[in-house]
Design a protein around this ligand. Structure first.
Ligand code: HEC
Ligand code: HEC
Length: 185
C-alpha cells in the first residue's frame, strides 16, 4: 500500500515543478528540525564494499536503493497548518471529538504558531503556505504516516522545551481532537 503510494508520488513530483522550488529552499535547512527517526534512517545500510546498483549474478537486486526520498516539507506543512487550526477551531479530521474544546488558554489572542516549535529561525517555516496538492491526499490516507508525524508533533506541543506548552490550558493528547483513539498500532 505504502509502496504503491510512493510510486504515485514520484510521478506527481514531476508535475510539481513550482512547488519543488519551495521544497528545495527548505531542504537546505532541514537539519534544524531533525529529531527522531526519519525515513532514510530506517533504510538498510548499503552492502559492505558494494555499489548496490551493480548487479552480479545470483545476487538479488536491491530495490530499496531506488526508494523515493522522504516526504517533501511542503506536504508536512499542510498538515502542520490543519493541526495548528485544530487547537482553536473544530478539528478537520475524519472523526473529530464531538466534545472538542480548545486546549488553549486564549484561543483568540494567543494561538500556537509555527515558530513556537520551529525555533531555529533559519527556516521561515511560518511562511510555508497551506497548499493542497495531489500528494497531500496520498499521505493524508496513509494513517501510519499521519500517526507518526502527529506523535512527534504532540510531543513537542506538550514539551517544556518549546514555547507552545505555555499557551496550553491542559496537556494535549490524541483524544483532544479525535473521537476514538486514532493510533493504527
Ligand atoms: C507543536 C509543535 C509544532 C508546531 C506548532 C508546528 N510544527 Fe512543524 N514540525 C514539528 C515537528 C515535531 C516536526 C518534525 C516531524 C517530522 O518531520 O517527522 C515538524 C516538521 C515540519 C516540517 C517538515 C520539515 C522537514 O524536515 O521535512 C515543516 C515544513 C513544518 N513542520 C512546517 C510547519 C508550519 C508551516 C507550521 C505552522 C503552520 C508548523 N510547522 C507548526 C512541530 C511543530
Ligand atoms: C490538535 C488536534 C489533534 C491532535 C492532538 C491529534 N490529531 Fe490526528 N488529526 C488532526 C487533524 C486536524 C487531522 C486531519 C489532518 C489533515 O488531513 O489535514 C488529523 C488526522 C489524523 C489521522 C488521519 C486520519 C484522519 O482522521 O484524518 C491519524 C491517523 C491521526 N490524526 C492520528 C493521531 C494520533 C495518533 C494522535 C496522537 C498522537 C493525534 N492524531 C492527535 C488533529 C489532531
Amino acid at each position: 500500500m505504502t509502496r504503491i503510494a510512493r510510486g504515485n508520488v514520484s510521478v506527481l513530483l514531476g508535475l510539481l515543478a513550482g512547488a519543488s522550488v519551495l521544497s528545495a529552499g527548505c531542504s537546505q535547512n532541514v537539519e534544524t528540525v531533525r529529531d527522531g527517526e526519519r525515513l532514510e534512517d530506517s533504510a538498510p545500510p548499503p552492502p559492505a564494499g558494494g555499489n548496490p546498483l551493480v548487479f552480479t549474478a545470483g545476487e538479488p537486486l536491491d530495490f530499496d536503493a531506488f526508494e523515493e526520498p522522504e516526504v517533501p516539507p511542503f506536504v508536512k506543512a499542510f498538515f502542520m497548518h490543519t493541526w495548528v487550526e485544530a487547537l482553536y477551531s473544530v478539528p478537520a479530521n475524519n472523526n473529530p471529538n464531538p466534545d472538542w474544546t480548545s486546549p488553549l488558554l486564549d484561543p483568540v489572542d494567543n494561538r500556537v504558531w509555527c515558530t513556537d516549535c520551529h525555533v531555529s529561525g533559519q527556516v521561515d517555516f511560518e511562511n510555508i503556505p497551506k497548499m493542497r496538492v495531489p500528494m497531500t491526499d496520498v499521505y493524508e490516507n496513509d494513517h501510519e504516516f499521519m500517526a507518526d508525524l502527529m506523535r512527534k508533533w504532540v510531543a513537542r506541543l506538550n514539551s517544556d522545551e518549546y514555547f507552545a506548552r505555555a499557551k496550553l490550558a491542559r496537556p494535549v493528547d490524541c483524544l483532544t481532537c479525535h473521537a476514538t483513539h486514532p493510533d493504527p498500532d
